[in-house]
Design a binder for this molecule. Structure first.
Ligand code: C5P
Length: 215
């Protein structure tokens, strides 16, 4: 993914027409559109190719299964036109490797969740986050997902993975994180959902966020 604005919009609306409308408004302000279960379960996998007309699409399916199933899932998602897939790392090295192998065939990206951004995400995730980040580095993932709600954790996780891997970071806005803090801590991209798609003026909000990122 090319870094022009540093902003990824999380398109967690549940209607294709809303998603397309918002995508067309914010396209010039974002480097990617993240889609997940809310939109895909509602409108089908075809949302991926539809939104890819506006920006590269990252599919946030937090893939977490045995290697064979992970492979089948990633295959479908890349085939549908996604540029990247977000996967879990706690399922182990073999599962992660299966996802990365598929991504390589499609010249796609794999981002590994190292720590969730919500309050409950700290309890079970934080104790294993460092190991997951190391594994992402070792196996050649594109990057990790780290919490904008805890910039000090982003900084720490950056120190583990070095500069070779990207950090994409959700939690700015509705969850309380601040764009400038998380970028300063070492994130390459912030991921923002509700603050943009619930805004009266998504484009204006996206532009303000881009100014806050300050690339
Ligand atoms: O609406 P909001 O800006 O909080 O959206 C954040 C997005 O990032 C949601 O799609 C959420 O599922 C996702 N996410 C997250 N924390 C993670 C991984 C993904 O908030 N660790």
């Amino acid at each position: 993914m090319e870094r022009n604005t540093g902003l990824i919009v999380a398109m967690d609306v549940t209607r294709m027409d809303s998603a397309v409308e918002i995508a067309s408004e914010v396209a010039e302000c974002v480097d990617a559109i993240k889609v997940g279960y809310p939109l895909v379960l509602s409108e089908g996998l075809s949302v991926i190719s539809r939104l890819a007309d506006y920006a590269p699409v990252i599919a946030d399916f937090k893939v977490a299964d045995i290697p064979n199933t992970d492979e089948l899932i990633c295959e479908q998602v890349f085939k549908a036109g996604a540029s990247g897939v977000i996967v879990h790392g706690f399922t182990g090295e073999d599962s992660l490797k299966a996802c990365i192998d598929v991504a390589r065939r499609y010249d796609g990206d794999i981002y590994v969740v190292s720590e969730m951004s919500h309050p409950g995400g700290a309890k079970y995730f934080q104790p294993i986050a460092d190991e997951i980040a190391s594994m992402a580095y070792e196996f050649g993932a594109t990057g990790i997902v780290a919490p904008a709600t805890r910039p000090e954790r982003v900084k720490h996780l950056r120190s583990i993975i070095g500069d070779g891997l990207s950090i994409i970071s959700p939690g700015v806005g509705a969850q309380g994180g601040k764009a400038s803090d998380v970028i300063e801590a070492g994130a390459n991209w912030i991921i923002v959902g509700r603050s943009i798609y619930n805004s009266e003026n998504p484009k204006e909000t996206a532009m303000e966020l881009v100014t806050g990122i300050g690339i």
